[in-house]
Design a protein around this ligand. Sequence first.
Ligand code: ZEM
Length: 295
Amino acid sequence: SAAQSAKVATNFVPTKEDYQKVYNRIAEVIDDADDYDNGSFGPVVVRLAWHASGTYDKATGTGGSNYATMRFQPESLHGANAGLHVAREVLEKIKQEFSWISYGDLWTLAGVAAVQEMAGPKVPWRPGRIDGFESHVPPDGRLPDASQGAPHIRDIFYRMGFDDQEIVALCGAHALGRCHTDRSGYDGPWTFSPTTFTNDFYKLLFDEKWVWKKWNGPKQLEDKKTKSLMMLPTDYVLTQDKSFKKYAKAYADDVDLFFKDFSAAYSKLLELGVPTQQFVASEAWIMQTVDEQNS
Ligand code: ZEM
C-alpha cells in the first residue's frame, strides 16, 4: 500500500507490534485452506521454516535461515524441498502487504505462528534476518534423508549443532502434516490429528505395532491396526537407537517436557546462520496467539 511504501521511504523501524500484525495475518492465511490437505497450510509452513533453517553448517557458518535462499534455484529445486513452493506462495501474499519484512523473518515467524496457532508451545522468536542472493545458496544434500539410519541423522543434525535430545524433540514436529507421494514419494500422516501440535508422534511410535508397508513406493512403516498412519525409517530409528529412545520415551510420557524442549530446539533452529549482532533484540520475543489477543 502507499502507506507502507511511505514507511519504507522514511526508514520505517518496525516494532514488536508490527511483527504481531504480520503474525496475525499469517494465522489468517494459514487457516484459509479449504481445499488443501486437512484445511490448513500450517504443517507445510512449519516444513518451510525447518528446511530454510536446517541447511546450516556450523563448521563453515553457511546455510541457515538468514538469507532465505530457497527463493532461488537451485535450492528451490532441491529434491528435499519438493512441495514447499506451496508455503512460499501462501506467504508471498503477506510479503506484498508488509514489504518491510525480510523473507527469512517472514518464513521463520510463519513457522512460529503455525506451531502456536495449532496449539503448540510458545516459541521465542526475534527478527533480524536479511535477504541474501543466489550466491548464498547452500549445496544440496544438507537436509536429512528419510531412508537412512541413526548415523546419518546424527551427521546431519550434529552439523547444525544439535545433540541427541534436541534431535528427538525436533522430530516430534511429525505430529503435524503428512507425506505426499508427489513430493517425497512417501504417503500418509503420522497422527490422527495432523493440524494439532501434540506428543502423539511419540505415543504412537511406542503404542502401535509398526510393520513395513507392502507397496511400490519407498520403504515406510504403517500401523498394523488401522493401516492409516505412517512412520518414516528415520522416525522408527528413534525407538531403536538407545540414546534416541530414552528421549522419545520421555516425550511420549510427558507432553509438558516435550513442549518445553521442542520450543527451545525449534527456536534455536530458526536462528541458525543469523549473526547475533543482526538481531534487533538481545532476548527473543514471545508472540501472542490470536486467541490470547481476543480474550
Ligand atoms: Zn519432516 N518430513 N523430516 N521434519 N516434516 C516430511 C514432512 C514434514 C524428515 C523428512 O524426510 C520428511 C523434521 C525432520 C525430518 C515436518 C517438520 C519437520 C516429509 C514428507 C518427509 C519425507 C514430505 C512430503 O511428502 O510432503 C526427516 C528425514 C527428518 C529428520 C530425520 C523436523 C526437524 C521438522 C520441524 C521441526 C512437517 C511439519 C512435515 C509435514 C509437511 C506437510 O506438508 O504436511
